[in-house]
Design a protein around this ligand. Structure first.
Ligand SMILES: Nc1ncnc2c1ncn2[C@@H]1O[C@H](COP(=O)(O)OP(=O)(O)OP(=O)(O)O)[C@@H](O)[C@H]1O
Ligand code: SF4
Ligand SMILES: [Mg+2]
Length: 366
């Protein structure tokens, strides 16, 4: 047997540092809808340390964006609400913050960049105006100083002849340039934590690589933490120090990036890796996510899991079990103490070999 799980961590607390910049514990974010309560995020825990990049990865609908929006309460409330859980930023409970305190946090010590810069930039103001506004909101500066700082920021994010571009409107810029402006605006407040939600998805591959390189160098210069949201494990390999793999509102696996790629331990992570373009499997993981309104008992991945057993269909989601190191945890019964993780780790079952119809377990196949 190659690896034995060493410890059960029911509350998932013992593996996580108490001195984190951001500490999310058992976070639940739900939405009240006409069809019922959507459990978009349903008991998620992870930490982010100063200066590191943590990537949240998972298929569409896993709850990545809602998790990231919960950190500064960006989601609309109602219908959104947080029934349980804690979000500590630099030791302060975000859930206890007033509207005013939240506003100071957002665009202050925590700043967001979004997937679609076209939607996030205001089309009726010049980029110079929008940058100066972001600078003046958080720093005591004169108009002249704000202008100088705007030019400095645009130069830092790689916009040539920055002073000449201040008078441009968003529609005059290419997609890559708009995303650079968004990054400059997000950096204007000198954040300790930058939350980047699919910041390169809308861009072509060359520009994508440039933006990722830019974020990395800005991070090193500023010792800034980044929470990077993506559905693309290829991007994770390039940017992250640690990874949180989410599925249907739950964390399936969490650990250092090297371990996740060298010893992917959760069946879902393994299936995601099988779907990388380099593996030639372009069809994705067979099956679909369970309903977030009425999720099934047991492991949320059961209906698509090639390693599922009867017990996977009962009770709550398996707790976070250690998979080799304390920093690497997996929510799967095969890693419980006395379990046999080799069933997963030594299997050559690949997602292409999955035949969901014949599995006979899980939601849609029960
Ligand atoms: N305002 C809302 N009202 C109801 N349901 C919502 C709302 N916002 C998100 N959801 C639901 O919450 C779940 C998680 O959504 P989320 O946007 O976080 O997924 P995601 O992982 O970011 O997906 P993608 O990769 O497509 O961006 C989905 O089922 C989504 O439909
Ligand atoms: S708990 Fe069961 S269904 Fe879930 S990943 Fe592990 S084997 Fe698969
Ligand atoms: Mg999203």
């Amino acid at each position: 047997m190659s690896k034995q799980p060493s410890q059960t961590i029911g509350t998932d607390e013992s593996t996580r540092s108490s001195n984190s910049l951001l500490s999310v514990s058992d976070l639940c974010t739900y939405f009240q809808t006409d069809e019922g309560v959507v459990k978009a995020v349903d008991g998620v825990s992870f930490d982010v340390q100063s200066g590191e990049t943590v990537a949240i990865v998972g298929e569409s609908g896993s709850g990545k964006t809602v998790t990231s929006e919960s950190i500064t309460r960006l989601f609309k409330s109602p219908p959104g609400f947080i029934p349980e859980g804690s979000i500590e930023f630099d030791g302060e409970e975000v859930n206890d913050m007033t509207v005013e305190e939240l506003r100071t946090l957002r665009g202050g010590r925590v700043s967001h960049i979004f997937q679609n810069p076209q939607g996030a930039l205001n089309p009726v103001y010049t980029i110079g105006w929008q940058l100066r506004e972001a600078i003046e909101l958080h720093q005591e500066v004169t108009k002249k100083e704000a202008n100088e700082k705007a030019i400095e920021l645009l130069t830092q994010v790689g916009i040539p002849e920055a002073s000449a571009r201040l008078g441009d409107y968003p529609h005059q810029l290419s997609g890559g340039m708009k995303q650079r402006v968004m990054i400059a605006i997000a950096l204007a407040c000198e954040p300790d934590l930058l939350i980047a939600d699919e910041p390169t998805t809308a861009l072509d591959v060359t520009i994508q690589a440039q933006i990722l390189k830019l974020l990395k160098s800005l991070q090193e210069e500023r010792d800034m933490a980044i929470l990077f949201i993506t559905h693309d494990l290829g991007v994770v390999a390039e940017v992250a120090d640690r990874v949180v793999v989410m599925y249907a509102g739950k964390v399936m696996e969490r650990g250092p990036v090297m371990e996740i790629f060298e010893t992917p331990s959760h069946p879902y992570t393994r299936a995601l890796l099988e779907c990388l373009p380099s593996k030639g499997n372009l069809g994705g993981i067979p099956g679909s996510l369970p309903s977030p309104i009425d999720p099934p008992d047991g492991c949320r991945f059961a209906s698509r899991c090639v390693f599922a057993q009867d017990e996977c269909l009962e009770g709550p989601q398996p707790p976070a079990y250690e998979a080799g190191t304390a920093d690497h945890v997996v929510s799967c019964i095969h890693y419980e103490p006395g379990g046999n993780p080799d069933i997963v780790l030594k299997s050559d079952a690949t997602v292409s070999a999955l035949d969901v119809d014949q599995m006979g377990v899980g939601g849609e196949n029960r």
